[in-house]
Design a protein around this ligand. Structure first.
Ligand code: FEO
Length: 401
């Protein structure tokens, strides 16, 4: 396994993992992910980040193509989550770095993860703005707390104009390609949105604080710890896309999520969908049973309205719906307008529960929930259509703000 030279004396030595499909509930795109790690050849030979638990052999194999691991002098740990730092004990044992640089918060995280294992590790905690010289290269550290963990920082090299951005600007793509401009563009944007809305979204305020710092740097390459590397004009493109995603300005589009027992709630969902689209708000309709909650979150990247439907089941809501709602709530998307609906046989609690759940998420509910006993009749479908229309009008009013 070779290293890939991404700039003079700077190499990608990461690991493509075709088998990892779940990050804390985020089930990413089908083929897996990539853990990126980098090596800079200089008077002080330096590693930037490592790879996941059990993948150290791949990284060391790539590294050995360009340098003996024992000749490594420095190791930079931008982020301690285990997909990047899980193999630290093996890498440190093989490379025996003279110094390991990380943020102050990362030092605490490392102690929590590695305990006595790290008692002899030569860790140096650095602060924002601190820099080190490797010889011909300089590395400048910038803390980015909560992007993605409290320990996170990014590392900038002014000589090569590369920003090593750890989780930020990443995508879960497993491939032979190394650069974003080698990937089909529409799918690339989709993967970025998928990653952002399933991982980074709750930390959007921190993103908006970090982007001006990134924007002040002279950058020719953004090298994240997941997926493809951004180079040339695509660096500005990904920064602009991050700003758009973090701002979450009103989007004139809706998502309808439903589950159904015997198709009654499904028929209502289609009627709500018609009510939205026939009143100027395009909608995406997703069965919670057939679509993972990660796909629902990705759909919300382009939407500011959410209608949720479930039949009443054991005096409550069907479990796929509650699973999706729990996940969505935790990621805190800006949903401006909501709606609730569902069929029932005898007790009929579900639409009210959904209405309250969405209200508790600070979503404006422009109409009462639509409740339909047994099979929807024509007038019931008109009510569901009217719910879609009410949502469309409320959302369009907010999009004009
Ligand atoms: Fe890719 Fe927060 O770890």
């Amino acid at each position: 396994m070779n290293a890939v030279e991404i700039a003079k004396d700077t190499y990608w030595i990461g690991c493509v993992d075709y088998d990892h499909h779940d990050f804390h509930g985020y089930s990413q795109s089908p083929e897996g992910t990539t853990y990126n790690a980098y090596f800079i050849r200089d008077e002080k030979n330096t590693l930037i980040d490592t790879v996941s638990i059990g993948k150290s052999n791949t990284m060391l194999c790539r590294l050995a193509h360009v340098i003996e691991p024992a000749k490594i002098d420095y190791l930079v740990v931008n982020h301690v989550e285990q997909d990047h730092a899980g193999c630290l004990p093996e890498i440190i044992a093989a490379c025996k770095p003279e110094k390991i640089f990380c943020s102050t918060m990362a030092l605490k995280s490392m102690e929590g993860h590695f305990g006595k294992q790290m008692q002899d590790w030569p860790v140096v905690a650095v602060k924002s703005g601190e820099s080190i010289s490797l010889g011909k290269h300089t590395l400048v550290f910038q803390e980015t707390r909560m992007l993605h963990w409290p320990d996170s920082m990014v590392t900038y090299c002014p000589e090569t104009k590369i920003l090593f951005s750890q989780d930020a600007f990443g995508q879960n793509i497993a491939s032979s390609e190394r650069y974003a401009d080698e990937w089909e563009h529409g799918d690339l944007v989709h993967r970025v949105k998928e990653y952002y809305f399933n991982i980074v979204l709750p930390y959007s305020p921190q993103v908006l604080k970090a982007l001006p710092v990134v924007g002040s740097l002279d950058i020719e390459m953004i090298a994240p710890d997941h997926g493809l590397i951004w180079r040339g004009s695509m660096c500005k493109e990904i920064v602009d896309l991050y700003r758009t995603m973090a701002e979450q300005k009103p989007r004139k589009r809706a998502v309808i999520v439903y589950d159904t027992m015997w198709s009654s709630t499904e028929r209502l969902a289609y009627a709500v969908c018609s009510g939205l689209e026939e009143n100027g708000v395009p909608a995406t309709l997703l069965s919670a049973k057939k679509n993972h909650h990660s796909a629902i979150m990705t759909a919300l990247a382009d939407a500011s309205a959410l209608a949720v439907g479930s039949p009443t089941h054991n005096n409550g809501v069907l479990p796929y719906i509650m699973s999706a709602l729990t996940y969505i709530k935790g990621l805190r998307p800006k949903i401006l307008v909501g709606g609730a609906f569902g069929s029932y046989g005898w007790s009929g609690e579900s639409p009210k529960i959904l209405q309250q759940y969405l209200t508790d998420m600070n979503i404006e509910m422009p109409a009462e929930p639509v409740r339909v006993q047994w099979r929807p009749k024509h007038e019931d479908l008109i009510k569901a259509h009217q719910l879609g229309k009410s949502m469309a009008e409320a959302l369009k009013a907010k999009c004009q703000d």
